[in-house]
Design a binder for this molecule. Structure first.
Ligand SMILES: Cc1ncc(COP(=O)(O)O)c(C=O)c1O
Length: 288
């Protein structure tokens, strides 16, 4: 199966895909993105991902015309050309090409890039032992709900965590609020209740999180949207994360200290099973 790229209307091998060095995505990180999985030939939650893409564009005044040039048919064509039933689809839209200047001109033509690859298998070993994470200062900007390609704080935090032997890092504000992992949403569980930080401007509004919250309803676990403090993390019965890439993944140690017994907790396991059932049925509500 070929991994393929799409650049402004043209499909081809990834190694041959090109964008200008004067693209603002390259020069300023001035763009937005989405990552979608397909399972067994079916895109998972495409409408939700595309609504978020549209919202990200609107937040940055990025003038892509989603009505005139809908993105979904391009994704579908890419999937069919690549032939991957279990695909990882990466979509990036930048403001486009113009001589370098902080101030962008009006009327730019956005650059649209996509890649279609085999969806990587999740590590069974990681799933069963759970992730070990460290906490790190949240030094990101105040609009983390925008899925912008400008990801340096996330990149540096994740790489630092890996160098120190951790699987990931949790961003914590100076006032002690835990926000999310470097590329996943964060949850704690206490007495069977699932708590997650407010879906405000400080976190990415995860699509997987929508499914997880629906799964919580289905397994009868109450949910509460409330700030998580570092002491809450330390005292929680269970901690876990969710994202397109890791689905539902237990966090079993934080800064070298085990979470509760140090094993993936029962609610996390049940939510992961419910998530997999939702994936099988194509969307969360169908599997209720
Ligand atoms: C910072 C951050 N939070 C949360 C998520 C989870 O989002 P989703 O479930 O839509 O993949 C991601 C995914 O990339 C992310 O980068």
């Amino acid at each position: 199966m070929p991994e393929i790229a799409y650049v402004n209307g043209v499909f081809g091998p990834i190694a041959e895909a090109r964008v200008s060095i004067e693209d603002r995505g390259f020069q300023f990180g001035d763009g937005i993105y989405e990552v979608l999985f397909s399972y067994d030939g079916h895109l998972f939650m495409p409408d939700e991902h595309l609504v978020r893409l549209r919202n990200s564009a609107a937040a940055l005044n990025l003038p892509y015309d989603f009505d005139a040039d809908p993105v979904l048919p391009i994704i579908e064509e890419g999937l069919s050309r690549s032939g991957f039933a279990d695909a990882l689809v990466y979509i990036q839209i930048t403001r486009g090409v113009t001589p370098r200047s902080h101030c962008y001109p009006s009327g730019m033509t956005p650059t649209v890039v996509m890649t279609f690859k085999q969806r990587p298998a999740l590590s069974e070993e990681l799933l069963s032992r759970g992730a070990s994470v460290m906490t790190t200062t949240d030094d990101r900007w105040s609009r983390c709900y925008v899925k912008a390609i400008t990801l340096l704080p996330n990149v540096l935090a994740k790489t630092n965590a890996a160098h120190l032997g951790f699987d990931d890092a949790i961003f914590v504000t100076e006032s002690g609020e835990a926000r999310e992992c470097t590329s996943a949403n964060l949850y704690i569980v206490n007495d069977g209740t699932v708590q997650f930080p407010p879906r405000n401007q400080s976190v990415l509004h995860g699509i997987t999180q929508l499914v997880v919250l629906d799964c919580a309803k289905r397994i009868g676990a109450p949910t509460v949207e409330a700030a998580i403090r570092t002491d809450d993390l330390a005292r929680a019965d269970e901690v876990f994360m969710s994202s397109t890439a890791v689905e539902v993944l237990g966090i079993t140690s934080i800064d070298g200290v085990p979470v509760a017994s140090g094993a993936v907790g029962p609610i996390t396991r049940r939510l992961h099973e419910a998530f997999l059932a939702a994936v099988k049925s194509g969307c969360p509500s169908e599997s209720a």
